[in-house]
Design a protein around this ligand. Structure first.
Ligand SMILES: *Cc1c(COP(=O)(O)O)cnc(C)c1O
Length: 217
């Protein structure tokens, strides 16, 4: 259908309350520009090297999101510009993000990745660990970090019941913690195959790649 049509189709579908992160990993800079030219400003990447090089070459008003697993020793490369880090799953990583943000005189927004799927390959924290992490963040007051919400990856399945269960689980956790943590406003869940269901289950940030740019090789 073409990048332009896909983007306007999805925007019409999801309205203004939901943020569309266009996942451009493995896609070329000219494909990103095509999306940019229809007004898309938020793009997601999952590899630091690719992200840094695209950020360097593309318009500076793009908001870059790191959506993949992030290694501590690579935080320094994205700290100068990154808009949101989706997949924080341990306190040491958070400490490093805080340190690098400080060096760059910035505050970096982060989401905690919560494990909602039973699949072994998925990263993320268990609920209990998240509660511990939030309380240590509150205590040690990482000044250069904003914990603004949660991210989850559902199982790789078409089974709507399973997906619904996983999304709802994340949403109930989000709603519960939001009551005492006013900074928690974002819930990042839903990808090309399941974003509509994710939105029905409370998502306000979807990460969509292949539905916009076509399948990846
Ligand atoms: C690749 C990726 C996506 C996008 O997947 P599509 O199925 O192409 O929409 C979303 N989230 C994360 C974390 C990804 O790595």
């Amino acid at each position: 259908m073409g990048i332009k049509n896909q983007i306007s189709f999805i925007h019409k579908q999801i309205g203004n309350e939901v943020c569309l992160v266009a996942v451009s990993k493995t896609k070329s800079e000219s494909e990103i520009i095509e999306a940019y030219n229809c007004g898309q400003r938020v793009f997601g990447e999952n590899k630091v090297q690719e992200l840094v090089s695209k950020q360097n070459n593309l318009p500076k008003d793009i908001n870059w999101h790191m959506i993949g697993h992030l290694q501590r020793n690579k935080v320094k490369y994205i700290a100068p510009f990154i808009d949101l880090i989706h997949a924080v799953d341990n306190i040491k990583l958070l400490k490093e993000i805080n340190k690098q943000a400080k060096k760059n005189n910035r505050t970096i927004d982060c989401l905690i990745q919560i494990k909602i799927s039973n699949e072994e390959s998925k990263f993320g924290m268990e609920y209990k660990e998240v509660l511990e992490l939030i309380s240590s963040v509150n205590k040690s007051g990482f000044e250069n970090i904003n914990l603004t919400g949660f991210m989850g990856m559902a199982s790789n399945t078409n089974n709507q019941d399973i997906l619904k269960k996983e999304f709802s689980l994340l949403n109930s956790f989000f709603k519960e913690l939001k009551q005492t943590n006013k900074n928690l406003t974002k819930i990042s869940m839903g990808m090309s195959n399941d974003y509509q269901l994710a939105i029905e289950c409370g998502s306000n940030m979807i990460r969509v790649g292949s539905n916009i740019f076509g399948s990846r090789n």
